[in-house]
Design a protein around this ligand. Structure first.
Ligand SMILES: C[S@@+](CC[C@H](N)C(=O)[O-])C[C@H]1O[C@@H](n2cnc3c(N)ncnc32)[C@H](O)[C@@H]1O
Length: 321
């Protein structure tokens, strides 16, 4: 373990220090969803991939997002693509009304201008990569975008953001924090459940994948980006598999909110299968610069050779009849 990892983990035990660090980096999640361009890029990547995999023909009407982070921007982008209902589920209330409204205004302009999808030069760490970063007119044609951006619709989205309990149009936004019981969303009601850099944090993965299955309507799509890297200051991206549970929990991760579950790619794939989510696409990004098998802790001896190399995965599944 290098000294930065040790100091950072231990610092979380000092009251107030971690909060100051969070303020310093201007994000409480370490994600980037305060940026409208990031949210636009993430949303359109999920949408384009779903279309490319023949999972959707039109933009989805009902979208649920697990772990939206600092704002609800990804879901707002879904509403600006013609969506009607957006459910956001998190464990910490990171998103604020003012942050959401700022991102919404910026997103409206991006859609209005049919801005190309912000690419790898702007967001080098965002996964999945696309073949083309042109505005995806094949799924978001002028009729759809013009209808979605009508002033009365933008006003309805603002209204739903500001007064989530007043239903005054067909637009609905719900922010569930914390979410524990999957009953908060009706069964068989959601067209698309997505997440970006979240599933690596979820403690009980089986319950989460079971909830996704339950929420999706038949033919509905699950679209998840999972970042398997260690998220803490460390020399190697997969160094988290070097530590016992005790050292990881007490020293390295410390008291940061929502831990890293350290589950590799193969576990997510088997959880999808176990929960009847039919795998349609599994795109992996390999990184050969991490620790090798002889450095991993004996508790992780079961990791496959592939698990040890997969740093990111983008998984799309369908709820088959
Ligand atoms: C690295 S941030 C990613 C945020 C955002 N998706 C992005 O791309 O910037 C991880 C997010 O997952 C959320 N999270 C962690 N555990 C969760 C859980 N069990 N259910 C829902 N969200 C969770 C965190 O609160 C945080 O918002």
């Amino acid at each position: 373990m290098n000294y930065k990892t040790l100091v950072c983990g231990l610092s979380t035990h000092v009251p107030g220090l971690y909060d100051r660090l969070v303020k310093f980096r201007n994000s409480s999640t370490g994600g980037a969803s305060k940026s409208a361009r990031y949210c636009y890029s993430v949303w359109l990547r999920h949408l384009v991939m779903a279309k490319e995999n023949n999972l959707i023909e039109h933009p989805p009407e009902v979208v649920a997002e697990i772990g939206p982070g600092d704002t609800l921007g990804v879901g707002l982008a879904a509403l600006l693509s013609g969506g009607k209902k957006y459910y956001a589920l998190d464990v910490v209330p990171h998103a604020s009304s003012s942050g959401n409204l700022t991102v919404l205004n910026d997103l409206v302009k991006l859609f209005h201008d049919r801005e190309p999808i912000p690419n790898d030069i702007e967001w080098p760490r965002v996964f999945p990569k696309l073949k083309s970063y042109e505005f995806p007119e094949s799924i978001l044609n002028d009729d759809i975008v013009n209808a979605a951006l009508k002033p009365e619709r933008i006003a309805a989205i603002k209204n739903a953001l500001t007064y989530p309990d007043r239903v005054s149009s067909d637009i609905e936004i719900k922010y569930f924090v914390p979410w524990i019981n999957p009953d908060i969303i009706c069964s068989d009601s959601v067209d698309l459940v997505l997440s970006q850099a979240v599933m690596e944090h979820i403690d009980n993965l089986n319950d989460a994948y079971a909830a996704v299955y339950r929420w999706l309507r038949t033919g509905g799509v699950m679209s998840m980006e999972i970042d398997f890297s260690n998220h803490v200051m460390a020399d190697k991206w997969n160094e988290h598999w070097m530590y016992s549970d005790y050292v990881w929990d007490a020293i390295v991760w410390g008291k940061r909110p929502y831990p890293l579950n350290r589950q590799p790619h193969s576990i997510h794939i088997s959880m999808c299968k176990k929960n009847n989510l039919k795998l349609v696409s599994d795109i992996c990004q390999y990184n050969h610069t991490g620790i090798s098998r002889n450095s991993i802790h004996k508790d992780f001896g079961w990791l496959s050779d592939e698990d040890l190399l997969i740093q990111n995965a983008f998984i799309q599944c369908i709820k088959a009849p």
